[in-house]
Design a protein around this ligand. Structure first.
Ligand SMILES: Cc1cc2nc3c(=O)[nH]c(=O)nc-3n(C[C@H](O)[C@H](O)[C@H](O)COP(=O)(O)OP(=O)(O)OC[C@H]3O[C@@H](n4cnc5c(N)ncnc54)[C@H](O)[C@@H]3O)c2cc1C
Length: 582
């Protein structure tokens, strides 16, 4: 067995010194809007007199958008009072497993964005197809002077940007409009963990965590090439029908305005009754309102993380602990995910794990598994564990699993499948398919943290997990009211099913007719007998748990005493034993 270790000491949580002061505007070039350190030149050249095209991808908003501000600034630099800016959005037919839920949310947000841009004199082009072709075509068609794009560390986006750069004749600028501290300014390498990135982020906050300028108005779009009218209803119909297996959810209204309301509006995250819960209750899945629930907005760029940080910081004097915890998650942890994916192109493969983790997972890949589930069983929430089933169903039906449960959920997939590669593949498949915030660097890093020790350290060695941090049911039982969480998910499932029935009766096909078949019991475990069996088995789980420090990605904490060797005795109706077990 490995030795007990304490995690290294970490400095204090994020210090964002804006409370009570009017934040300064970002330090830009003289007379400019955007700090040049936010901008990377992907293709050099002087900016021509034609319109500037912003290829909008990850940051789908008008306000608080450094990429748009850079496009405006560059257009003004080249054409002065005649500056013309066009925003182009390319809709791809398929994106990393996204369904109606994600495409619907995105398109509804974009539909609101179009008139907001037009009011500022900015044209909106909706393109469809392969961006490697549509974007260069538009650039040529408009005789553009510059192409600006926002930044994402994910492989597909990088590949598209490379192809576009090769195809266009104009210069191309990339702007990190997503991170408070641009990923390349925060660090020039893959960081070991939050403890090494945190001081670097903090050092840069005075320079980057500043108020955004207002979006200037431009002269109306006068270019001879006008955007085609966007057939929003037809587009929505198309994506909702195509992705109907994963229906939309209605608790999270899409769009930039709704995003800001979710942050600062009545009932929003920054109201006293919610913010005051964040520090103490954010790891309690039975108290979901303690979370900000902002991740869908942040993922689709309908809300700038920097806006969320600036607004939260205003409450520091009254809710210091809550604000610091929130900023730690929002800025340090989230930007750690971008750092990882930026410097680790194989971010979703076991190959990217540290040697200690790979070695240890390899050593234990032959370990006997008490339960082995197929992807289909997991997807339907049919395991012996009511808590796991509830988290899976929360994701399937609400489109957002509680952050604490995501860690437990992923770790159990590692425990109940045939090996780490299969576990990673299944977790990413489910996460990207059902989470509204899926297909995000934080998703890939969350899975790799849970299963491959990324940004974590080695813990006491144990079966299957090796030195990867372990979590179990009994640890959850000590931390929160499992029954209350399962009852909450039950309500979500019943409501979703009732709504689907209503929609089917009304003849609306997009309402998720093909969501995975799930059990009807309180935990969705399939039958009363299976649920009863599951309960009996869960009680027998070992007491040991390597307590997580409260948030994915944290390496703090101590190791609890080694396990008494208690094993789950029976296989549930829905689980299958590993080959060779008897
Ligand atoms: C297995 C697993 C899968 C995950 N999948 C995703 C995913 O697909 N998309 C996604 O955005 N996040 C993912 N996370 C990270 C985290 O669980 C979510 O960001 C969080 O639950 C979102 O809910 P919230 O906005 O209410 O969180 P809050 O607690 O209110 O946090 C505010 C914001 O801080 C950031 N944040 C919080 N926790 C983390 C974290 N652990 N790592 C990085 N950033 C964090 C997010 O941007 C979040 O919106 C995953 C974590 C794990 C362990």
């Amino acid at each position: 067995m490995g030795t007990k270790r304490k995690a290294p000491e970490e400095p204090a949580a994020a210090e964002v010194e804006t409370a009570g002061k009017k934040p300064a505007l970002e330090a830009a070039a003289p007379g400019g809007l955007v700090n040049p350190k936010r901008v990377r030149v992907l293709k050099a050249g002087s900016v021509g007199k034609g319109p500037v095209v912003l290829w909008m991808s990850r940051d789908q908003r008008m306000n608080d958008n450094w990429a748009l501000l850079h496009a405006i600034e560059a257009a003004r630099g080249a054409a002065g009072g005649e500056a013309q800016v066009a925003v182009a959005f390319n809709l791809v037919p398929a994106f990393l497993g996204a369904g109606a839920r994600q495409f619907g949310f995105m398109l509804r947000g974009l539909r609101q964005l179009q008139p907001r841009l037009e009011e500022k004199g900015i044209a909106f082009f909706m393109l469809k197809g392969d961006p490697a072709q549509t974007i260069p075509d538009l650039v040529t068609h408009l005789d553009a002077g510059l192409l600006v794009t926002d930044y994402s560390p994910l492989r597909l986006g990088r590949q598209w940007r490379e192809q576009v750069c090769a195809a266009v004749r104009v210069p191309v600028h990339e702007v990190d409009a997503h991170n408070v501290v641009p990923v390349w300014a925060a660090s020039d390498k893959r960081e070991i963990g939050a403890r090494t990135l945190r001081p670097k982020i903090h050092r840069h906050l005075p320079e980057f965590l500043r108020e955004f300028p207002e979006v200037p108005s431009l002269p109306p779009w006068s270019h001879p090439v006008k955007p085609e009218p966007v057939e929003w209803e037809a587009l929505l119909d198309e994506v909702l029908t195509r992705g109907s297996a994963v229906p939309e959810v209605d608790w999270c209204a899409p769009g930039e305005e709704a995003a800001l309301a979710a942050l600062t509006g009545p009932g929003g995250f920054l109201t006293a009754s919610r913010l005051s819960l964040y520090d103490t209750k954010r790891n309690d899945p039975a108290t979901p309102r303690a979370l900000s629930n902002l991740s869908p907005y942040l993922h689709f760029g309908q809300l700038a993380p920097q806006r969320a940080a600036l607004e939260a910081a205003k409450h520091r004097a009254k809710y210091k602990a809550a604000v610091e915890s929130f900023l730690e998650e929002l800025v340090v942890r989230r930007e750690l995910s971008d750092n990882f994916c930026h410097y680790t192109p194989n971010y979703d493969s076991l190959d990217c794990a540290a040697e200690w983790a790979k070695e240890s997972l390899n050593k234990h890949r032959v370990d006997k598994r008490e339960f082995v589930y197929t992807r289909e069983q997991l997807e339907a929430g049919r395991t012996h564990d009511e808590l796991w089933n509830a988290s899976q169903l929360e994701m399937v039906h609400r489109g957002k699993m509680h952050g604490f449960m995501r860690m437990y959920w992923a770790k159990k997939i590692l425990e109940w499948t045939n090996g780490p590669e299969e576990a990673i593949e299944i977790a990413i498949y489910l996460n990207d398919r059902y989470e509204l915030d899926g297909r995000d660097p934080s998703g890939y890093v969350g899975v790799m943290w849970s299963m491959a020790g990324i940004h974590d350290m080695g813990w006491t060695e144990r079966p299957i997990f090796g030195k990867i941090r372990y979590m179990n049911y009994n640890g959850c039982k000590r931390k929160f009211d499992i029954k209350a969480y399962c009852a909450y998910v039950d309500r979500i499932v019943s409501e979703a099913k009732a709504k689907r029935r209503q929609q089917q009766q009304a003849g609306k096909p997009a309402a998720g007719a093909a969501a995975p078949a799930v059990g009807t019991g309180p935990s969705g475990s399939g039958s009363a007998a299976a649920a009863a069996a599951a309960k009996a088995e869960v009680k027998e789980e070992p007491e040991e748990e390597q307590e997580e420090a409260g948030s994915a990605g944290k390496a703090e904490g101590t190791v609890k005493p080694a396990a008494k060797k208690a094993r789950v005795a029976k296989s549930p109706a829905s689980g299958s034993k590993r080959k060779g077990d008897s």
